[in-house]
Design a protein around this ligand. Structure first.
Ligand SMILES: Cc1cc2nc3c(=O)[nH]c(=O)nc-3n(C[C@H](O)[C@H](O)[C@H](O)COP(=O)(O)OP(=O)(O)OC[C@H]3O[C@@H](n4cnc5c(N)ncnc54)[C@H](O)[C@@H]3O)c2cc1C
Length: 385
């Protein structure tokens, strides 16, 4: 054995939903994997600051990789969520038309859904599109449960583990961490979200750029313990995708998100003007919110590729590094499909043996410390205090 004998077969860089789904999948397909997460906990990036909606793919462009992986995930995810006791509310979603243009869009969306094999119906009374399969989850619980199950199945997670260097060795790659440790592995997967372009640069790959697209949300409590029993999606127009209103697992109602393109990857604040931008649209969607004051707000940063989306491929600069980057808007939904695709389609080309998927290793999770939608904001507030 050389001095570079791999300590693990695969290193995963980044512990968001994508990295955690990869770790889960590899651990359950007989691949020895280790995950490095820069932060003290998993899921503090985009994966902990989204809408928590598990999309059906009814409105996704047929034939695109993103759509294929959303649909692939839909075949895998329900059994995994069930086995791991990840909470999901099976609300369904509705899109209510207000104009003739909206009615045309709804007909187009119904045809699109059919092309993707997603069941939808049009309500006779008002022409609303009903998408029964849309649901709401707790994205942090999902991320943590996948990683916990992976560890119970033999995988390793290192937090406070910022990857700062990647070099080739005779047997694969050596990863350098900010704390001075090094790990030799056969191959690595770049699931570093907003920083995936910086990981690519470590092997001399500047083929893509990631920028933050901020999404801001406002959280409401309805009076008299009322709840919302469905996801209210806007009918998209040529100009905007609009604002959605959805229930959370802890009985709140959330309106958002915005879509603001930024340069600063550390700008996690909610802009003062976001409230007006969101609330005017949210009141139209769900008039019950009118007159209520939000009890909280939060922001997420989508890892958006500049001119690219869903970059899932071996790096042209070093084919032992696999990018799973620019997973901008649907990563929560598609994560298990993405991981299955990487395991089944990309790893065998590197000579890495991948077994069929084993049944989920069950785990019991500690109760969460407060609502998931406050977790990242609290983390950044603690960092800045
Ligand atoms: C406002 C908003 C709304 C959204 N709504 C939905 C939705 O309803 N449904 C849906 O399916 N998707 C939604 N998404 C998209 C989804 O959240 C993302 O696609 C997904 O979270 C991306 O996951 P990720 O693991 O790639 O990135 P992240 O969650 O950002 O994880 C990347 C991780 O890599 C770590 N990292 C970075 N650099 C290093 C390094 N050098 N070393 C070690 N670790 C590193 C980071 O700390 C981070 O934890 C939404 C996103 C946003 C922001």
């Amino acid at each position: 054995m050389s001095s570079h004998s791999p300590s693990h077969t695969i290193a995963i860089i980044g512990g968001g939903i994508v990295g955690s789904a990869l770790l889960y999948t590899l651990a359950h397909r007989g691949v020895d994997a280790i995950l490095f997460e820069a932060e003290p906990e998993l899921g503090l990036g985009a994966s902990g600051t989204n809408s928590g909606v598990l999309h059906t793919g009814f409105d996704s462009a047929p034939g695109e990789l993103e759509t294929d992986l959303i649909l692939r995930a839909a075949r895998i995810r329900p059994a995994v969520l069930h086995a791991l006791d990840v909470p999901v509310i099976h609300t369904g979603a509705e899109l209510v038309p207000h104009t003739d243009e909206d009615n045309d869009t709804i007909r187009h969306l119904a045809a699109n859904a059919a092309a993707n094999g997603v069941e939808v119906a049009i309500r006779e009374s008002d022409g609303a599109l009903l998408v029964a399969g849309e649901s709401v989850s707790d994205p942090v619980a999902f991320t943590l449960a996948l990683a916990e199950s992976a560890q119970a199945a033999g995988a390793t997670v290192e937090v406070n583990a910022l990857v700062t260097g990647i070099t080739s060795n005779t047997d694969g790659l050596t990863l350098q961490l900010a704390d001075g440790r090094t790990f030799a592995v056969c191959a690595a997967i770049n699931a570093a979200g907003l920083y995936a372009d910086e990981i690519a640069r470590l092997v001399g790959d500047d083929s893509f750029e990631i920028y933050p697209r901020k999404g801001e949300f406002f959280v409401f409590e309805l009076p008299d313990r009322q709840t919302l029993d469905r996801i209210i999606l806007p009918v998209p127009t040529k100009r905007t995708k609009g604002v959605l209103v959805f229930p959370t697992l802890d009985g709140k109602v959330v309106a958002g998100p915005t879509a603001v393109d930024l340069e600063d990857k550390d700008d996690w604040g909610v802009r003062p003007e976001a409230q007006d931008e969101i609330l005017s649209k949210a009141f139209q969607q769900f008039p019950t919110l009118e007159g209520l004051t939000p009890i909280a707000s939060y922001a997420g940063l989508r890892p958006a590729g500049r001119g690219s989306n869903y970059i899932i491929e071996r790096s042209a600069a070093n084919d032992r590094l696999i990018h799973v980057a620019a997973i901008r808007s649907t990563g929560l939904t598609a994560s298990l499909g993405i991981a299955d695709y990487v395991a089944a389609e990309l790893l065998p080309d590197l000579g890495i043996a991948v077994d069929p998927l084993r049944p989920t290793t069950k785990v019991s999770m500690a109760p969460s410390n407060g609502p998931w939608w406050q977790r990242t904001a609290r983390h950044h507030a603690a960092d800045n205090s």
